[in-house]
Design a protein around this ligand. Structure first.
Ligand code: OFO
Length: 169
């Protein structure tokens, strides 16, 4: 059984994951309208990833006999300033999410919830991958100063990303 505090914090994270999903879907819409179809695809896959992260929390709360509480999703930004700016904001956001996951882990430790600690470790590891993947793309974009032929090739590459549900593997 989850403690009330643990349940509340896990529910807050469901909301944060859905906010992230909306955030990236909004980026996808922006990039699509800017003619960056590859970037739009990458962000759409990122959106799907965030939904899978939310659902993993959802299923876990149910599995532990808790109550899921779906809260309103706050508005997300709509416009950015090109692909470098998009990936800078993505990196900043993922660093923030890493902090949220660490806070959740702190709560699990304080509540002596060893099961939740084990569950949350998946997210700790996932965040390492999230940050490093985004950092790599950002480095490449900076190499080509976010323009010209280099941008064309990076955008093409971003178009190759496909969604793989990592919560299931
Ligand atoms: Fe759910 O990892 Fe990104 O935000």
């Amino acid at each position: 059984m989850l403690t009330k505090r643990m349940e509340k914090e896990l529910n807050k994270q469901i909301n944060a994951e859905y906010w992230s999903a909306y955030f990236y879907l909004s980026m996808s819409a922006y990039l699509g309208s800017e003619g960056l179809a590859g970037g739009a695809n990458w962000m759409r896959v990122q959106y799907q990833e965030e939904i899978s992260h939310a659902l993993k929390f959802f299923d876990y709360i149910v599995e532990r006999g808790g109550r899921v509480n779906l809260m309103p999703i706050l508005e997300v930004p709509k416009a950015w300033n090109g692909l470098i700016n998009i990936f800078e904001e993505t990196l900043k956001h993922e660093q923030k999410v890493t902090g949220l996951i660490y806070n959740l882990m702190d709560v699990a430790i304080e509540e002596k919830d060893h099961a939740a600690k084990s569950f949350l470790q998946w997210y700790v590891d996932e965040q390492v991958e999230e940050e490093s993947g985004v950092q790599t793309i950002l480095d490449q974009l900076k190499m080509v100063e976010g323009k010209g032929h280099g941008l064309f090739l990076i955008d093409k590459d971003l178009g190759l990303r496909v969604f793989v549900d990592s919560t299931k593997v």
